[in-house]
Design a protein. Sequence first.
Length: 154
Amino acid sequence: MEEAPRFVVRLVKERVKTSRRGKSVRVDRWYAYFSQSPLLEEAPKERGRLDLRARVEPRELRKLARELGCQIDDLTIYPPSWDAYNSLTVYAAVRATLRSPSNIMQLLEVVRGLSSYDAQYWAGRLREEYWRTRKFNPLYRVAKAFKILYGVGE
């Protein structure tokens, strides 16, 4: 009997309302829902099971997941270990604050080179902040501290 995966990252496409040039429009955006519970697949938005929700580019996240040895289904990523899960968490949260392609490449290199202790610390800080507020905006402070410490975007 195969053991159920311990960590789950679910990619979800959501239709959101935004404003462009003074007009209200609806656009599709991709979000990654990070959970330590495999039950996320049944209820991805249920409180208490969610570690982080971050806006992502699915191709980038899948590419990093492959490099970290994750099993990937269509819209679900199963990290094999804490280290891979923490690295994906840090990447998704900090990546949401970057726009420049060169800064994104810098972030990828930094995340690939993170030690397990560093990844655990930063992922923990991001999770705690997300659990406290259930919003992404307060994570900008933690992401900024990460970028300053590792020189991303300078």
